[in-house]
Design a protein around this ligand. Structure first.
Ligand SMILES: Cc1ncc(C[n+]2csc(CCOP(=O)(O)OP(=O)(O)O)c2C)c(N)n1
Ligand SMILES: *[C@@H]1O[C@H](CO)[C@@H](O)[C@H](O)[C@H]1NC(C)=O
Ligand SMILES: CC(=O)N[C@H]1CO[C@H](CO)[C@@H](O)[C@@H]1O
Ligand SMILES: [Mg+2]
Length: 579
């Protein structure tokens, strides 16, 4: 079936010029400042995409809405403005839920826009019919459906505002086919847009309870073993400068969560990443900024944390504070609150200094861990384990200097080992499987990163299973000629080789490949060559170094297939206890 969207009848006589719903959506988006969109077109949104492009919006067309949705969510994280996903009705919307849910769990601003079936045919089995408002409910902060063309501008502005206000998240916008085909005069359209712009709510000015700030300052001042933890909430709030000032003026060690890495350089002398167990196990006051005390931070509970630790929690969401019941809860924008804490401290300054017993203990532990790790990393192990290629990749990335490449990573062993070895020097340069540990985000994140930061190279370090979830989007890389180098750690499957015990290998299908196994020796590098990109197959340090040097310099789409010993690493990476 072809799209039936037709041009609004244009006046060559006395009738005033009109536009249809597709054009009005495109105009409203453009007026709201939207300049990028990710998606898959088809009935009824093809014309909407074309019209948006005609108004200067860059549309990145994907193979699958899942990847496009992940891209939109990551674009929201990287830019702080909602990433936009465009999908068709029914199945397009369902595939898009992957991205919408990802935005929700990670707290990233995103808007999914879907066309939906004709309102008058709903309930009769129309083409791609689905109650999309109901389908998105568990994953969206807010949703709106335009039931008439006149509602379009208001719906667009409202949804965009909701996506980035408070704790950012995914929102949904529904346009029935008939609404996209309705028409209004151009002058009426302009008036509708102006009215909607005027109705936009002003951000409420945050009011802080100064006594709570003072309480936080006093706790930090009197702590024996203070720690600052920050996460991707602080990253999206762009709190790097205030955090750096706070750390530099107090000398308090800090610990980033995986996507908080880079807000302060991993090489900072007060980074406690390599002394993580000690830092969280022994700290007596923890200032947690834009990070949730969820599974990633062991719920803030013993045995990983001390039972007496006092949390000062800084979060944009009041609900989060109420859920965690910290000793001190500060609701608001991370940048603002950290600045106020620093100011409170500067009124009567203190600084722990290098000889402070706590700082000394952290630094000592950290140095021990790092030198143990470096000793392992220094060896050239062939066939490759995970560490040898990871060291080579780390050095190649560091060699690029500033602006640092954006690192994308997913997989089990590949991601966990990568998180420990790879070094983040700049804010928002790490994107990984995130709060849900979602496989399949890889290529979408790469594309979002390249589109959001055209000056940066994008380097993906992917397990072969992780890569496979979105591998078809290598064609998208080639089509848009994005500077993305995807490195696949090919160990022949999920966690690597067949690790079943003998009692697990029995029954009528015992000769099938293990559920964790893929075709051994898969030529992932040839996948991108099918579309005209560059593929490399490497198995030795020299081959890897030369592939990295060439592809990083070329800044063209490439896949490097790195042959890894299938029995290196472990089952479920670092997550054995949950498997
Ligand atoms: C959407 C989704 N499906 C499945 C999983 C379960 N899972 C966790 S890691 C992983 C893949 C691990 O294999 P790979 O990416 O090759 O990494 P390796 O450990 O081999 O380096 C899978 C399938 C998941 N986390 N997310
Ligand atoms: C050692 O350092 C790595 C990362 O650099 C970290 O993941 C690990 O938790 C550290 N070990 C301890 C015991 O803190
Ligand atoms: C074509 C080729 O040599 N592929 C290699 C890719 O990685 C796998 C898994 O380690 C190797 O077995 C293959 O030889
Ligand atoms: Mg693997």
């Amino acid at each position: 079936m072809a799209d039936t969207n037709t041009e609004a009848p244009n006046s060559h006589n006395s009738h005033p010029p009109t536009i249809d719903g597709n054009v009005l959506v495109a105009k409203a988006l453009s007026r709201a400042g939207v300049d990028r969109m990710f998606g898959v077109v088809g009935i009824p949104v093809t014309s909407l995409a074309n019209r948006a492009v005609a108004l200067g919006v860059r549309f990145i067309a994907f193979h699958n809405e899942q990847s496009a949705g992940y891209a939109a969510s990551a674009y929201g994280f990287l830019t702080g403005r909602p990433g936009i996903l465009l999908t068709v009705s029914g199945p397009g919307c369902v595939h898009g839920l992957a991205g919408l849910s990802n935005a929700a769990v990670n707290g990233w601003p995103m808007v999914m826009i879907s066309g939906s079936c004709d309102q008058s045919d709903f309930g009769r089995g129309d083409f791609q019919e689905l109650d999309q408002i109901a389908a998105v409910k568990p994953f969206s902060k807010f949703s709106a459906k335009a039931t008439d063309i006149k509602e379009i501008p208001n719906c667009v502005f409202q949804v965009l505002d909701h996506a980035s206000s408070g704790r950012p998240g995914g929102c949904y916008l529904d346009f029935p086919t008939d609404v996209l085909h309705q028409t209004v005069t151009e002058s009426e359209a302009e008036k509708l847009i102006l009215d909607a712009e005027n109705q936009r709510q002003q951000e409420v000015i945050e009011k802080f309870d100064n006594s709570e700030i003072e309480k936080a300052v006093s706790l930090l001042r009197h702590a024996e073993r203070p720690l600052i933890v920050f996460g991707k909430g602080a990253a999206i709030a762009r709190a790097e400068n205030p955090l750096k000032k706070l750390v530099d003026c107090t000398g308090i060690p800090f610990l980033p969560t995986p996507m908080g890495k880079g807000l302060l350089p991993d090489t900072h002398e007060l980074a406690a990443t390599a002394a993580r167990s000690l830092a969280i196990g022994k700290c007596d006051v923890a200032l947690v900024v834009g990070a949730r005390l969820n599974w990633l931070l062991h719920f803030g509970e013993p045995p990983k944390w001390s039972k007496d630790v006092k949390f000062i929690l800084v979060d944009i969401s009041k609900d989060e504070i109420e859920l965690r019941k910290p000793y001190v809860g500060l609701v608001g924008h991370a940048t603002k609150i950290v600045e106020m804490i620093t100011k409170g401290i500067k009124d009567d300054p203190f600084c722990l200094g290098k000889t402070h017993p706590w700082v000394e203990a952290i630094c000592k532990k950290s140095k021990e861990n790092v030198s143990k790790m470096e000793a392992q990393l220094a060896k050239d192990v062939v066939p490759f384990n995970f560490l040898t290629p990871m060291r080579i990749i780390r050095d190649a990335i560091l060699g690029m200097g500033s602006p640092a490449p954006i690192l994308v990573s997913e997989g089990a062993n590949t991601m966990d080992i990568g998180r420990a070895v790879l070094v983040q020097m700049e804010p928002r340069t790490r994107l990984d499987a995130g709060t849900w540990g979602t496989m399949g985000v890889g290529l979408g994140y790469c594309i979002a990163a390249a589109v959001a930061s055209p000056d940066r190279l994008v380097v993906a370090v992917e397990g072969d299973s992780g890569f496979g979830f979105s591998a078809m989007e290598v064609e998208t890389l080639v089509r848009y000629q994005l500077p993305v180098v995807v490195i696949v750690f090919n160990n022949g499957g999920v966690y690597g080789g067949d690790r079943r015990s003998s009692e697990e290998i029995t029954g009528p299908y015992k000769d099938d490949p293990a559920p964790t196994s893929f075709v051994p020796g898969a030529s992932y590098h040839l996948l991108i060559e099918a579309f005209g990109g560059k593929g490399y197959l490497v198995g030795t340090p020299d081959e890897l170094k030369s592939a990295l040097a060439e592809s990083f310099t070329a800044r063209k789409p490439a896949v490097i297939n790195v042959t890894i010993d299938p029995y290196a690493g472990s089952e479920s990476g670092r997550m054995q206890h949950k498997n």
